[in-house]
Design a protein around this ligand. Sequence first.
Ligand code: 26V
Length: 809
Amino acid sequence: MSLTTPTDRPSLRAAIDEQLLKSVGVPARDATQTDLMKAVAEIAREQLSQRWVETQQADTDDKARRVYYLSMEFLIGRTLSNALAALDLTGGAAAGVNEYGQKFEEVADHEPDAALGNGGLGRLAACFLDSMATLGLPSFGYGIRYEYGMFAQDIIRGSQVEYPDPWLADGTPWEFPRADISAPVRFGGWVEHFGERAIWRHAGEVVAKAYDMVIPGHGTRRVSTLRLWKAVAPAHLDLQAFNTGDYGRAAQVKNEYENISWVLYPNDSTPAGRELRLRQEYFFVAASVQDILQRHLAEHGSLDNLHEKVAMHLNDTHPAIAVAELMRVLCDDHGMPWVKAWEITRQTFSYTNHTLMPEALETWPVSLMQHVLPRHLEIIFRINAEFLELAATVRPGDNGFLSRLSLIDEAGERRVRMAHLSIVGSHKVNGVSALHSNLLVQTIFADFAVLWPDRFTNMTNGVTPRRWLAQANPGLAGLLDRSIGSGWRLQLSELKKLEALREDAAFRAEFMAIKRANKARLAALVERETGVKLNPDSLFDVQVKRIHEYKRQLLNVLHVIARYQAIIAAPEADWVPRVTLFAGKAASSYVAAKSIIRLIHDVGQVINNDPRVGDRLKLVFVPNYGVSVAEVIMPGADLSEQISTAGTEASGTGNMKLALNGALTIGTDDGANIEIRENVGDDNIFIFGLRTPEVAALKRGGYQPMRLCESNLALKSVLDAITGGQFSPDDPGRYRPLVDALLWGGDHYMLLADYQSYIDTQYRVDALYQQPEAWARKAITNVANMGSFSADRTIAQYAREIWGIPVRA
Ligand code: 26V
């Protein structure tokens, strides 16, 4: 099957006509762009359905070993273009749409993003599904069918405002409701014991209903399934209240159950919502485990070989309760002896950690767990008792060791440590970059690594080249197809062939012309969204990701202000025109992150409207960052900002998408930046700042940010401009807290320690940009060496080393 974009396919005009009538319900002559989008989607849907049926049939016939990826988040984005590409219908659909006098890109723009995730962890899950399907792995993703996804971000007078994201309001052509697949999920109540046997007398029950999204593989007819659960109140509950005529009460009861799948949790949440979060986690895990066991029993008739046929993967600790749930089902529902059930459970699960940040490590109060999941709490206590007994044999008498390992944190209110449950309940645990995996065993999981050194491993993240190159950057994809063939879509290491073309001046010119066109496309988006006009010949410097102090968007802003002051001081100098572009969302309760967004806008107002600056510097913030916005930004970037404090960014995947699209990285020695450097070579990346051990040493030795400020006049002048109200004349104290956190609050993420190194490096970036041929060579070198950052490589590694599933070469 050809994987190039076909231009010579027969138009799908007739099929679109038919779908407009059959599924959309409008005559062809009245069809809007949205109608056309839906009609084309229906054509793809039908073919996806065929492939899904074939795949399930084949896997059932083979009694295949399957992998189940349990994740609270799947940041899918749009589906149409990806589905058409996988089905080899891209050219035909575009031609068909053209016959209605419409452009395909505009039609496709009417599809809302499925934004069922916060950031990197959720997008990684989506890239992984694409790779699992493409590699043909018998696989399912399991998650929640949130009615409301990631909030939509608007900017009002410089500040973030959040709006709900009712992405399903107009229905979606991409889901297949499976009316016959549902699972009861129980909560609360108490436990009764009869000798060895425990019976959970639950207090409430909700039904999980399955909705499937079909994830097509590329270059194969095989697909993966994303099965999402919706919470529905049990029918008898509705009836009771209805029969008494109390409709208000009926609705209230229904809501109490159905709110479980209403809304995606933003990254940091309020205490009020925490119980609901725990219910969400258990809800989708319990439904998924039932579904998995049912499939297994239908094929094998016994649970004794579960671990031989089933791999369940925990995407962070959010689904960790699955360990206790599987134990409960095996022992309580199927009467399996504890020891045997534990062996099977441990062989079945594996766990990926995605962050070292202490505040993101999940723990649940024992009291809350007692209230919501009393039987699971008992099971966790028993797992813990047996685990600590074993640990005590390794270091007899070392109580510190035992209390650090315990699944229960006994300091203050007793809490269940979900990461500990995940480690104890899994046969493999991995981090997401080489550095991160090393830090895990040296720091937060060091005691576990003493017990089980072989349990810990690394799986460096990757991204799918189908979405992040073929779909997002058709210009570059076309050039690659013409120059090195189309094999890179399935074998990203083919990009290495670009190294030979790097010395070809005509190739470089074409490569940079495509970059220029992508920058113009991005500039058009920026103008539409913000009203600011950008010069596409400027250096486009982008930092796009969640807004968080550890990611140090504020350090980037300090550089922008320093540059602004330098331009004002020497307007005649040979400035490289630069655009600094930000995009990203702040958690709604994260005050400092929201303040950084506002600072970006306030500084942008001043700089963008200062006639002394002109095109030399622009600062823009693209609102409502998400998958679809990223698809426009990644191809239009010259410079990728990856400037987290060393040791804080587990991996980063935006760094990979940007480099794959020909951006050079300016970054710290952190996460996957390190592996990107190893691949592209030191001369093709700008690394600055303290390294992880230096960060740790400086912290130990007594870090004094104020000293750094006092000894650096330019830095002092930048901070003075902020605190003096230059960017907020109406409210000069607005950014006091941000600056105080640096000078007086200990500068937790060490912005000032890295400041001068960062500024110096930015000037090295300018110098390179002034040599367009040298820049082009380095940009091409970056693309050429991104082969190992394909999610296909990552998934093949998981399949072989963790899940034990055979993959083709
Ligand atoms: C924590 C919580 C806490 C409770 C409320 C909801 C919620 C949602 C997410 C998280 C943890 C987020 C962890 C995360 O996204 N880590 C990112 O994972 C990427 C994929 O491995 C990686 O590239 C990024 O470096 C890492 O920050």
